[in-house]
Design a protein around this ligand. Structure first.
Ligand code: ZN
Length: 463
């Protein structure tokens, strides 16, 4: 403890303490230790706030530390160099527990030290392995957490990544599907029966959907969230746009006040309010995720509604009708593997659907608040079925309405009318060579993968 106090006290190079001699410093430190070990004295200095817990999240571009606080606090952060450190000073705050159990593995943090200063303030020092850009803020309580101090450490940007390559109009390009697993990190989403967490269930399903699109000729998946961390709702749509996505699907598994509520649903954006009470309720819940995750909370105000309406007039009408068409394909596929909550595509004002130019749907794969549905949702078998339904629905839509310049569109317009009905004993490569086309052409043309099984009587289109 004494050693820890010494090193931490010495961090503040700008303070007079750093200039005192080591001898005096050691004396001072031992006085501090003495005062801390005397219960009567330490109660006299009792602080008004305390740190009740700490969580650490690593995302592709930053590390987030979240401290649970008993109260609102005053704090400041400042970096120190040689070696790289970040100091977090919190006024009138105690740390009854320990910060030594944090999993620092993939983060730029080498070690965490802490000590009490002036017998009441808390100083936390992060020893850094590389340069970061820090940011900190305090979040107000919400329905899940109390006050929190968030310290973000942004990785140094690689210079090459900041410039965007010009968009080249490609021919035969892949159709880009942005797959968004809802929630993550600080925001668990709905927590259901036996602790099943929405953020985990939907990430597993999203990964399955991505795998299926990887195998489908003419498609390219982009995962919006790749691990257990939070991304703000606006950043989700921005990331989709950065990847020139042709489609955006957000995957959820929600809760409702009525335990009996069950079934899957598909939503598209509504500007004129939700179509059902449940839709309105869910929209509030999904949108409040940013208040849990702590970003863009303010962006749900009037300004965005105005902007959204302008964009709607410009380009959303087309995107909206495409969203609905794709949504109903997905819904009918979901109906084969799950009970449906509503038999029609519903509309609600979800922030993640506010993509003016990218057709977007939000899939509620089921209600995690329903004990029966929750126990299915956590099984890999059911997750895979849901993923296959989402994949098939979206794929069917794009085969019917492929964007210009894509491989799928090209195959469609080059089409002769030739078709072939599969007979017993046929193989894909056999059919391809019989019609003097390559196996890949045949697969792409029918949006199949080599792993798809042929059914007798199935109609294949021949390029
Ligand atoms: Zn959700």
């Amino acid at each position: 403890m004494t050693r820890e106090l010494e090193t931490v006290q010495g961090e503040d190079e700008s303070s007079p303490e750093s200039k005192i001699t080591r001898r005096r410093f050691t004396q001072m430190a031992s006085v501090l230790v003495a005062s801390l070990t005397l219960p009567a004295v330490s109660t006299a200095f009792a602080s008004s706030s305390s740190i009740k817990g700490v969580r650490l999240w690593r995302s592709p571009d930053k590390t987030r530390l979240v401290f649970d606080l008993s109260d609102n606090i005053d704090h400041k952060i400042f970096p120190l160099t040689n070696p790289q450190r970040l100091v977090v000073d919190i006024k009138d705050t105690r740390l009854p527990g320990s910060l030594s159990k944090l999993e620092l593995g993939q983060t730029p943090i080498g070690a965490v030290r802490w000590a009490t200063r002036q017998s009441k303030d808390l100083r936390i020092v992060l020893d850094l392995k590389q340069k970061v850009t820090p940011r900190s803020f305090v979040l107000k309580p919400n329905e899940t957490y109390g006050y929190r101090l968030v310290v973000d450490l942004f990785d140094e940007q690689k210079a090459t990544q900041t410039t965007h390559a010009p968009v080249i109009k490609q021919t035969n390009r892949d159709i880009v599907i942005a797959i968004d697993a809802g929630h993550g990190g600080e925001d668990p989403g709905a927590v259901g029966h036996r602790g099943a967490r929405e953020k985990d269930v939907v990430l597993a399903i999203a990964r399955d959907v991505a795998k299926l699109f990887e195998q489908a000729q003419g498609f390219k998946p982009v995962m919006i969230r790749t691990g257990d961390y939070y991304i703000s709702l606006r950043e989700r749509t921005r990331k989709a746009r950065r990847h020139n996505a042709d489609f955006f699907v957000s995957i959820h598994a929600d809760a409702f006040t009525r335990k009996s509520a069950n079934g899957a649903s598909v939503f598209t954006l509504s500007q004129r309010g939700a179509t059902s009470e449940a839709a309105r309720w869910l929209a509030n819940k999904e949108n409040s995720a940013d208040l849990v995750g702590g970003e863009d909370g303010v962006s749900l105000g009037d300004k965005d509604d105005v902007l959204a309406r302008v964009l709607l007039d410009l380009s959303m009408t087309d995107s909206q009708s495409r969203s609905e068409k794709a949504g109903s394909k997905v819904l009918s596929q979901l109906g084969r593997v799950n009970r449906l909550h509503k038999s029609k595509v519903e509309q609600a004002a979800f922030v993640v659907l506010k993509n003016p130019d990218i057709p977007s749907i939000l899939v509620e794969t089921g209600f995690i608040s329903n004990p029966g549905e929750a126990s299915k949702l956590i099984t890999r078998a059911h997750q895979r079925k849901l993923a296959r339904a989402i994949h098939t629905g979206v794929k069917e839509f794009f085969i019917k309405y492929p964007p210009a310049g894509t491989l799928i569109a090209n195959n469609r317009s080059n089409a002769g009318r030739a078709t072939y009905r599969v007979r017993r004993g046929d193989t894909l490569s056999g059919i391809a060579s019989k019609h003097s086309v390559s196996l890949n052409q045949l697969l792409a043309y029918n949006s199949m993968s080599v792993r798809d099984t042929l059914k007798v009587g199935q109609l294949l289109r021949i390029p």
